[in-house]
Design a protein around this ligand. Structure first.
Ligand code: NAD
Ligand code: WQD
Length: 339
């Protein structure tokens, strides 16, 4: 079976490509490297022994999509390609809507023209409404997003749902990820943020490596046990395996399905720092500063549906996430650009 992976050179895409090849799938990637490096493909090859087929192009380019669907018999598409920086999306909303929604529409059009009927979409826990009560289940209220990035995921889901309903025989999985962290255990692929990291784990890793002096903890006055924000961190390899499970699910089920992918456990920022320090034996200097606008106090998932219907469960814990994230950072202090 051949899988088209949009954004396959990125953080989650590269880990998913490894698990797809391990499962015996043939992988075709389309990526324009707007937020990734071609070197991640060499690393996928080093891990698996197989170099994925690459189309270096923008997913919005429908002529390239036609070429891909003409040259390969694609069974299923996994759509990772998208811009994902929340702050940048506030400053450049049109760029986000154009890229994230334009790519989704172009992809659905090309699938329709070429009778490709299976699609897995990278959505996010950010689509849950800020008033929703954790743990979030797939039926929790959505919308009321606090930034344009979040809206692109919300509208992206809706566009795909409508396209699938109009076709009638599409099988679509909308996967809402919680907080993906960690790296492949080889340390050959991992998260490679450009500039100052927005997310907690890459920031901690850069403090550990001496690239940044200290971590700023955004608020310790939340209604949580230690006052810092609580999140459902999920190891990126578990997340990648969630996509493999979704392919199996789509081969037996027509229509659209939503699945939350998380562990179901919430950890605070301070728990994260302490675990990283213990597992890797490194001190992480930090300072408590004010809250970051738009942050929730608590976010974690109910896992009933992903376990019961999708048949998938995360198996790696916070120790694995902290160990593997640091292993990648240590081996690649400047990410792929240092190679
Ligand atoms: P990433 O930036 O590492 O990967 C995205 C990839 O898509 C990159 O390789 C980038 O070059 C490519 N890309 C972007 N726009 C493109 C376009 N128009 N044409 C071709 N390629 C394009 O991000 P990631 O963390 O791997 O995230 C993958 C997906 O998962 C994204 O859609 C993201 O919004 C979603 N997601 C991520 C998180 C997270 O915390 N990392 C959480 C929830 C959802
Ligand atoms: C986690 C916790 C911060 C950095 C974001 C996006 C979301 C999704 C995943 C794509 C929070 C705290 C962070 C720092 C800190 N992406 N923190 N100091 O905000 O849950 O989710 O990434 O869909 O859309 O919003 O993740 O890693 O940024 O923050 O104290 O330097 O760490 O306040 O409590 P978040 P995060």
């Amino acid at each position: 079976m051949k899988i088209l992976v949009t954004g396959g050179a990125g953080f989650i895409g590269s880990h998913t490509c490894v698990e797809l090849v391990n499962r015996g799938y043939e992988v075709v990637i389309i990526d324009n490297f707007v937020n990734s490096s071609k070197r991640s493909l060499d690393r996928i090859c080093e891990i698996t022994g197989v170099m994925p087929i690459l189309y270096e192009a923008d997913v919005r380019d429908e002529s390239v999509l036609s070429e891909i669907f003409g040259e390969h018999e694609i069974d299923c598409v996994i759509h990772f390609a998208g811009l994902k920086a929340v702050g940048e999306s506030v400053a450049m909303p049109l760029r986000y809507y154009e890229n994230n929604l334009g790519s989704t529409i172009a992809l659905c059009n090309a699938m329709k023209r070429n009778s490709v009927k299976k699609l897995i979409f990278s959505s996010s826990a950010t689509v849950y409404a800020s008033g929703a009560e954790p743990p979030f289940s797939e039926g929790s209220p959505t919308g009321g997003c606090t930034n344009p990035y979040g809206w692109t995921k919300y509208f992206g889901e809706q566009i795909i749902r409508d396209a699938a309903r109009a076709e009638g025989d599409w099988s679509v999985a909308l996967l809402r990820y919680f907080n993906p962290v960690g790296a492949h255990k080889s340390g050959l692929i991992g998260e490679d943020p450009q500039g100052i990291p927005n997310n907690l784990m890459p920031f901690i890793c850069q403090v550990a490596s001496g690239r940044r002096e200290k971590l700023n903890i955004f608020g310790n006055d939340y209604p949580t046990p230690d006052g810092t924000g609580v999140r459902d961190y999920i190891h990126v390899v578990d997340l990648a395996l969630g996509h493999v499970a979704a392919i199996d699910y789509l081969s037996k089920n027509v229509g659209e399905s939503v699945f939350n992918l998380g562990t179901g456990k919430g950890y605070s920022v301070l728990e994260m720092v302490k675990t990283f320090e213990r597992v890797n034996d490194i001190k992480i200097p930090y300072e408590i500063v004010g809250r970051r606008p738009g942050d929730l106090a608590v976010s974690f998932t109910n896992t009933d549906r992903s376990a019961g219907v999708l048949g998938w469960k995360a198996t790696l814990g916070l120790d694995d996430m902290c160990r593997d994230a640091w292993n990648w950072q240590k081996k690649n202090p400047n990410g792929y650009s240092g190679l």
